[in-house]
Design a protein. Structure first.
Length: 240
């Protein structure tokens, strides 16, 4: 299966499997299928609700048009169909996309699925290097499977540039098991978007190491930096 290597801002490479065409099409069909019962219900009840049927179908149409944008924005890059197929929209830098990226991706559905009847999306997703449709190319996003292909050991103990200066020298106090736990939490965040566990673990690590974190560094970045610092410090120790 085709993969994409995401190079994060913390100099950590994560390999993801690109969402396959079959998974994407099935996810889309599942999303469309959600609206079928509501459409049938409206058609059956139209004779009973009279003029209210028009309002019902207008509201249903608006929900259908904005469905993908709302789902991806509020459910961490997934619609119901994407969730079932275990695929997710991520930014090319590995981070959670900004709303502007979701918006661009959604706007270009008009080209990918509207004007071309889905042909543009099918061709570009099949032929582009990262399986991107036009909306993904413009927005700087890619559709990937929710589980990174990179194994924990490869990521946690990845070699760091010898010229790197650790931000938190105290990271050397941690154990391999501590770092594995931190990485597991980071993976869980990218998979589920659960920021609560990131916050909880970050606070515990800060207290344990007794470190002061720069104001511009969020909890996720802090944990990623600790992993990188630990990898660098242990590599230096092994070299001695």
């Amino acid at each position: 299966m085709e993969t994409i290597t995401v190079h994060t801002a913390q100099n950590i490479d994560i390999d993801y499997e690109v969402g396959g065409l079959g998974e994407r099409i099935l996810g889309l069909l599942i999303d469309y299928a959600i609206f079928i019962p509501f459409t049938i219900l409206g058609a059956i009840s139209s004779s009973y609700i009279g003029s209210g049927a028009g309002v019902y179908f207008i509201v249903l149409g608006v929900i259908f048009v904005f469905y993908d944008l709302l789902c991806e924005t509020f459910f961490n890059g997934q619609s119901f169909g994407k969730r079932v197929m275990k695929i997710r929209v991520i930014s090319l830098d590995g981070a959670r996309p900004k709303f502007s990226q979701y918006l661009l991706r959604w706007l270009f559905r008009l080209v990918d699925f509207g004007i071309t009847g889905g042909l543009a999306a099918l061709i570009t997703a099949a032929l582009s290097e990262n399986g991107q449709r036009i909306g993904d190319m413009v927005a700087g996003t890619v559709l990937v499977r929710t589980v990174p292909r990179t194994k924990m050991d490869n990521l946690v103990f990845k070699n760091v540039d010898s010229g790197y200066e650790p931000v938190f020298a105290q990271a050397g106090q941690l154990s391999d098991n501590d770092i594995s736990l931190i990485h597991e939490v980071i993976q869980n965040f990218f998979k589920t978007g659960n920021s609560t566990i990131v916050y909880t673990l970050a606070e515990k690590v800060k207290a344990h190491l007794a470190v002061t974190v720069p104001a511009q560094m969020n909890n996720l970045l802090f944990l990623q930096t600790v992993v990188k610092d630990y990898s660098h410090l242990t590599a230096q120790a092994d070299a001695l």
